[in-house]
Design a protein around this ligand. Structure first.
Ligand code: FAD
Length: 388
């Protein structure tokens, strides 16, 4: 019967655990099960790219283990358990070898996003790391020590590539960063702001290769040789790939739930299947795929109420993103895709104040670097909500 059917949440990242906390504020009785393919430790994912700057080990980053989280949330947390299929008609999920089936009253997909793996050839791919969760972080830190790494080649000059470049510089490592586009954070920032970040990082010793693609990573006498399609070769001890993430949609897709760039939901976070919801990095909410913490917190607050019997639509205020590049701090609220308008710039060294306004003068986006980040509050107030 539906009264005692459990709420089941797939995923124990900031989305899954965040939702569980919000749900328990409104409902302390309904059985709650969280299922995760990892070890279920809670941690703040944004800290994965500040490890050398703040000298944090994997254990420092892990906050509570699955057992403690379960007690705190009055929930059972199943770790190292991969969900392989969802039977949306009978409201069953199949776990692991699919011999075990669990019935749900309500199901929430909080499955996160996978790293995109660029097509790279060569015999040195075992030296290419991506850091997208706590277990990856541990592997990466171990490899850095074991290989006595002095120099790292980074693939990607976007958010994670630039954060890692700065973090590794702060850790005393040499870096060479490759991106096919023209400057730092090319998909988030207008050119003068991206160039300011680049110049600030270069002053601290970072080296950039803008324009080429990485085609091969091969074993060398020590470390690896990274081949670019402009004929250049970078010699490094280890490679970090950071070219972006893609919502995990495979499980939903295979279960007949509508997907697009992410798992498609409305503003109630309902998917196309009855009693199945999606949130966090895996979700596409009313057309928006936003792989950041602020949106998933807004989703958790709304869905926590909805699951407790008070249907609540999610709304998004303006949510500027802060990028952790201490050499040149960045705050950006990109204008919505496709809107008409123009950038204007105030540039003073590494300090760039960029505003994107439409013909009537209304502010639609901004990008701030260096000391210009002090204008964040004022500009944020002037921005329209992403989803009122
Ligand atoms: P995840 O944390 O990825 O959780 C997904 C969960 O699903 C995991 O528990 C996983 O085990 C589980 N899972 C997946 N598949 C299955 C399956 N088949 N069966 C069972 N379980 C499964 N955002 C910001 O706003 N500010 C920042 O400064 C910032 N910095 C970042 C730095 C880095 C290095 C990275 C990688 C991201 C950063 N982000 C930042 C993004 C932010 O961390 C993410 O948006 C957020 O953590 C996503 O949380 P999530 O719970 O949706 O996904």
């Amino acid at each position: 019967d539906t009264v005692h059917s459990p709420v089941v949440i797939l995923g124990t990242g900031l989305a899954g655990y965040g939702l569980a906390k919000e749900f328990r504020k409104h409902d302390t009785d309904t059985p709650l099960i969280l299922i995760t393919s990892d070890d279920g430790r809670s941690y703040s994912k944004p800290m994965l790219s500040t490890g050398y700057t703040k000298d944090t080990s994997t254990d420092d980053l892990a906050q509570l283990d699955a057992g403690s989280m379960g007690r705190m949330l009055k929930a059972s947390v199943w770790t190292m358990t991969r969900v392989s299929a969802i039977d949306t008609e009978n409201q069953l999920i199949k776990v692991g070898d699919a011999e075990t089936a669990v019935h749900y009253g309500k199901l929430v997909l909080a499955l996160g996003a996978d790293v995109i793996r660029p097509p790279i050839e060569g015999d040195g791919l075992d030296k290419v790391y991506s850091v997208n969760d706590l277990l990856d972080y541990d592997d990466f830190r171990t490899a850095m020590k074991k290989n006595d790494v002095k120099k790292v080649c980074l693939i990607g000059g976007g958010l994670i590539g630039c954060e890692y470049t700065n973090d590794l510089i702060n850790g005393g490592f040499q870096t060479e960063t490759v991106d096919p586009l023209g400057y730092c954070l090319p998909t988030l920032l207008p050119e003068p702001a991206g160039k300011a970040v680049q110049a600030a990082l270069e002053e601290q010793g970072a080296k950039f290769h803008f324009g080429p693609l990485v085609t091969e990573v091969n074993k060398a006498d020590i470390g690896v040789e990274v081949k670019l399609n402009n004929g250049e070769t970078i010699v490094a001890d280890l490679v970090v790939s950071a070219v972006g993430v893609r919502p995990r949609v495979e499980l939903a897709q295979a279960s007949g739930i509508e997907t697009n760039r992410g798992v498609v939901t409305n503003r109630l976070l309902e998917t196309s299947a009855p009693n199945v919801y999606a949130m966090g990095d895996c979700a596409e909410v009313a057309g928006h795929v936003l792989v950041y913490v602020a949106p998933l917190m807004a989703q958790a607050r709304a869905l926590g109420k909805t699951l407790a019997g008070e249907p609540t639509e999610v709304s998004y205020p303006a949510m500027p993103v802060t990028i952790k590049v201490p050499a040149c701090p960045v705050t950006v609220a990109p204008p919505p895709a496709g809107v008409e308008g123009e950038w204007s710039f105030e540039i003073d060294g590494h300090n760039v104040k960029a505003e994107f306004r439409d013909a009537s003068g209304a502010l639609l986006g901004f990008a701030l670097t260096g000391e210009a980040t002090r204008h964040k509050m004022a500009l944020q107030k002037e921005l329209p909500a992403i989803m009122a």
